[in-house]
Design a protein. Structure first.
Length: 93
């Protein structure tokens, strides 16, 4: 009788341990799947953001070139205005 009770107790503990292992194993598999999905999405987002950065850097370079062009144009216009003002001042003097 004692051996039978002990055997039943061991079997019950084994079944509980097996159940806990199965639950933990399922949790690990679910977590692995979720993390793999998050990593995949994260990598896609990184690629997308790198493309946006490259596009914005190109836009920035283009706008900086336009600023330089406009600054040169303003400097030329200011020099022309100064020269025209000097000519008018001499004509009126």
């Amino acid at each position: 009788q004692m051996i039978s009770d002990f055997q039943a107790k061991i079997i019950k503990e084994g079944e509980e341990a097996h159940k806990l292992y199965a639950e933990f194993s399922e949790w690990c598999e679910d977590r692995n799947r979720d993390l793999a999905h998050e990593i995949k999405n994260g990598k896609a987002e990184v690629a997308s953001l790198k493309a946006v950065i490259a596009e914005e850097e190109a836009t920035s370079a283009s706008l900086n070139a336009k600023i330089d062009e406009l600054a040169a144009s303003i400097a030329t216009d200011e020099a022309d205005l100064k020269a025209a003002t000097e000519i008018r001042d001499k004509e009126h003097a």
